[in-house]
Design a protein around this ligand. Sequence first.
Ligand SMILES: [Zn+2]
Length: 138
Amino acid sequence: MSVKRNGCCTLCDEPVFEITDRFPASDPRAGQPRGIGKALEGARRVGLVLTDGSTVTLSFCDACAPGITDRLGEIWRKCLDTMAFNHENLAAIKGRPLTPEEQASSEEVLLGLAAMVPLGVVTDLPWSDYDDRLRLGL
Ligand SMILES: [Zn+2]
């Protein structure tokens, strides 16, 4: 199972943001990036449209971004594996037992995503442009 890492390219796992903190040994994601800072040079912010018309935003490095359309199945599999990992480890991630409602809600989200596939790329911007737009309030 290949799991996405915070602040890293969805395909190759190379950091695309500054990594400011890592999960402690007590967390199921021990050693993986926890806190992220500014986008690094070449970081891409890519929106994919799913079969129900909703979109998801993912980050890629500039080496992987040109091949996204040909690797949608691989990308989506990694997203689902990540959601499954988080679902299976949710109590450890939260540091307490789950309520029945939390368990059911997590299962519902996972099953909902598993029922969809990405149809294509709808946006592909440098993260630096996106940060600039936020700063300008556009
Ligand atoms: Zn990459």
